[in-house]
Ligand binder design. Structure first.
Ligand SMILES: Nc1ncnc2c1ncn2[C@@H]1O[C@H](COP(=O)(O)OS(=O)(=O)O)[C@@H](OP(=O)(O)O)[C@H]1O
Ligand SMILES: Nc1ncnc2c1ncn2[C@@H]1O[C@H](COP(=O)(O)OP(=O)(O)O)[C@@H](O)[C@H]1O
Length: 202
């Protein structure tokens, strides 16, 4: 029924209602759809449209968006590398809880470091982490500049800005790559839904 971690005097309690019971109730699996990419690459746009589509087809979803989470849970974190690591660690743990709740969990964070994304992948079971690389050249993201942040970063008003003064490490072997310079958001969403159906997540 439970396991004890002796050093810290804490106990893990198993619940009678399990992830499998919850997934059965929802009628689908509950993977993490992890969107990673530069600011302005299209993570939020695609994740939002995907959630809208899944919701329309009566799938239970929740979207965790970096900008939003930094308003609350992670409002104490900056954009230096240590804080970004902690940002991803926390949201990885939150996403794991959502997986356990039986909900399809969309996570849209720049998540620039390979090692941090790998830590989250290893938090959940095999096939429960679907990495979606929102690929878009920096110059196109910069032209789009939906929030005017690149302009400010170039002027030196924002430090540690991803792609300008802070690194972005591309995924090596993501499950899905979407090239938003070449394909529309609708095509991108269709591709993700096709993947989910083909791999029997939904
Ligand atoms: N220095 C710096 N670098 C990058 N982005 C910045 C920065 N300062 C603020 N912003 C805004 O914060 C959003 C990214 O937050 P994340 O939590 O996703 O970033 S990270 O995963 O910790 O790297 C990011 O949102 P998106 O544009 O949606 O990616 C920006 O709006
Ligand atoms: N194919 C596409 N997919 C997603 N966004 C696109 C695409 N083409 C143009 N855009 C535009 O690029 C911008 C992406 O912004 P956003 O979704 O906030 O990116 P991110 O969350 O990665 O910072 C939006 O203004 C969106 O309308």
């Amino acid at each position: 029924m439970f396991t004890v971690e002796k050093e810290r005097n804490i106990t893990w309690h198993n619940t009678n209602v399990t992830k499998q019971h919850r997934q059965l109730l929802h009628g689908h699996k509950s993977p993490i759809l992890w969107f990673t990419g530069l600011s302005g690459s299209g993570k939020s746009t695609i994740a939002n449209l995907l959630e809208q589509n899944l919701h329309k087809y009566r799938k239970s979803t929740y979207l965790l968006d970096g900008d939003n989470i930094r308003h609350g849970l992670n409002s104490d974190l900056s954009f230096n590398s240590e804080d970004r690591k902690e940002n991803i660690r926390r949201i990885g743990e939150v996403a794991k809880l959502f997986v356990d709740s039986g909900i399809i969990t969309l996570v849209s964070f720049i998540s620039p470091y390979k090692a941090d994304r790998k830590i989250v992948r290893n938090l959940v079971q095999d096939k429960e982490f679907i990495e979606i690389y929102i690929k878009c050249p920096l110059d196109i993201c910069e032209q789009r500049d939906p929030k005017g942040l690149y302009k400010r970063a170039r002027k030196g008003e924002i430090k540690n800005f991803t792609g300008i003064s802070s690194p972005y490490e591309k995924p090596e072997d993501p499950e899905i790559i979407l090239e938003t310079e070449k394909e529309t958001k609708e095509t991108a969403v269709d591709k993700i839904i096709k993947y989910l159906k083909e791999h029997q997540y939904i």
